[in-house]
Write a protein that binds this ligand. Structure first.
Ligand SMILES: Cc1cc2nc3c(=O)[nH]c(=O)nc-3n(C[C@H](O)[C@H](O)[C@H](O)COP(=O)(O)OP(=O)(O)OC[C@H]3O[C@@H](n4cnc5c(N)ncnc54)[C@H](O)[C@@H]3O)c2cc1C
Length: 418
């Protein structure tokens, strides 16, 4: 009988765990309740929080470093097919719709990489879309310290990039889906070429070097490369805070990869996990049939992804006082694991309202917020024999995509041989 690995969660950690376990010869079943943090991010792909890289470079007075990526992470990224993880400096720089320029270890291929555009002029089309004020974004970006150091200038210009009246109001995701159509990309390329030509004439021939758009360039796959080739200058998206076309592209790529790997995917909510002495048994919310497995990878995300829930004592109070104090966080399923806050234990809180979130829920200097540090206590990713943890579900690890992938690959490999 083949070795069966059960993966809980289909974000970057669960997907990479399934990839590694399958490539190690295991039979893999993946149970997921749906989208998590991996589908919410804007398309920057970090190994550590990017502020750390900027702080380190400032302290050392050196350029922002590009840390090596392991071959295994690179091969997972190649299989996923949506990220660019360059192996040579300069690191990618992405522009946010809030007007910041920031480095990243990699990027979704739809995002405009400004890392190699030192001293150049970048154009942003004016549109009537809420959330895309090209003049304000361009002014704020031009004032960003990293942009000034790189001599990057951002300017708004008139370009009719919306084709239909409703496109002033539909969501970024819906507009991105319209750009999955190659004919629409052809139309947009022509409009941009004309508008760039007119703008260059107005500027007495000073050429534009790139065009920055909103999160609109494809929901199934990024069309930025094809658009750039047709326009003749790099064209790509800005990074948005939550809910982006890049997140939709992650979801689409995740489904393609699971199909290609032949992983059985079950869309359901895990409820409890027990070990009966021989195998793990998973109970789910919608189906009464339990799933048995030899090894399990918990990759259910942290507080953002639904793997960890905030549960201060008052949640059990009913109409009276809570029966007892307790730790204020819990895994979202019953499982034989303990939680920790970073590297330290998770204490029972004195207040029935839980910890003072005003004090602990925000990162302070280099210390992450409690909401990003809490997770399963599993040194090296192993919580118990045959039970592994990866990604945001792990206590005290950076909440980044590449950390999720690295720990997912390690957990998947270990689970396949447990
Ligand atoms: C708004 C936002 C912006 C971010 N920006 C960046 C960024 O710029 N760069 C960067 O590198 N990282 C960023 N991150 C962090 C990064 O997205 C996460 O670290 C990474 O995606 C975590 O992946 P994961 O697989 O561990 O968890 P998730 O992607 O959260 O996946 C968890 C999975 O578990 C499933 N699940 C949860 N509970 C259950 C259950 N009971 N039963 C079954 N399934 C369950 C969920 O449905 C989901 O499929 C951002 C995160 C957020 C929220």
């Amino acid at each position: 009988m083949s070795h069966k690995v059960l993966v809980l969660g289909a974000g970057a950690a669960g997907l990479s765990a399934a990839f590694a376990a399958k490539n190690s010869g295991a039979d893999v079943v993946l149970v997921s309740a749906g989208a998590g943090a991996s589908s919410l991010g804007g398309g920057a792909v970090d190994d550590v929080p990017w502020e750390e890289r900027v702080r380190a470079a400032r302290t050392l007075g050196s350029p922002i470093e590009l840390h090596a990526i392991s071959l295994e992470v690179q091969s997972f990224s190649d299989a996923l097919g949506i990220w660019d993880l360059p192996d040579q400096a300069p690191p990618p720089f992405v522009a946010t719709v809030a007007g910041r320029l920031r480095p990243a270890r990699g990027r979704d291929k739809g995002l405009l990489d400004l890392g190699a555009l030192r001293g150049k002029r970048v154009l942003l089309p004016r549109t009537p879309r809420a959330g895309w004020d090209a003049d304000a974004i361009a002014a704020t970006l031009s004032d960003d310290p990293l942009a000034r150091r790189a001599g990057l200038r951002f300017e708004a210009f008139d370009a009719p990039v919306l084709r239909f009246a409703d496109e002033a109001r539909i969501s970024d995701g819906d507009l991105a889906a319209r750009h999955d159509d190659p004919a629409r990309i052809g139309w947009l390329a022509e409009r941009l070429r004309e508008a760039i030509g007119a703008e260059t004439r107005l500027r007495d021939g000073e050429p534009a070097s790139a065009v920055l758009l909103g999160s609109w360039l494809g929901a199934r796959a990024a069309s930025a490369a094809e658009l750039s080739a047709r326009v003749g200058v790099p064209v790509g998206e800005a990074l948005v805070g939550v809910g982006s076309a890049a997140g939709l592209r992650f979801d689409a790529a995740q489904k393609r990869l699971l199909d290609a790997l032949g992983v059985q995917r079950i869309r359901d909510r895990a409820v409890s996990l027990v070990h009966d002495g021989a195998r793990f048994l998973l109970t789910r919310s919608h189906d009464t049939a339990r799933i048995a497995a030899d090894a399990v990878v918990i990759a259910m995300g942290g507080v953002a992804g639904g793997g960890i829930v905030y549960e201060p004592p008052e949640h059990g109070a009913g109409e009276d006082l809570p029966p007892r104090g307790r730790v204020p966080f819990a895994l979202s399923i019953d499982a034989p694991v303990a939680l920790a806050l970073g590297r330290g234990p998770l204490d029972v809180v004195a207040s029935m309202q839980g910890p003072e979130l005003d004090q602990t829920a925000w990162p302070r200097d280099a210390a992450p917020s409690a909401l990003e540090a809490v997770g399963v206590h599993a040194p090296g990713g192993r919580a118990a024999p045959g039970l592994f943890v990866a990604g945001d579900a792990l206590a005290g690890r950076p909440r980044t995509l590449l950390e999720a992938v690295t720990s997912g690959l390690r957990a998947g490999r270990a689970a396949a041989s447990a």
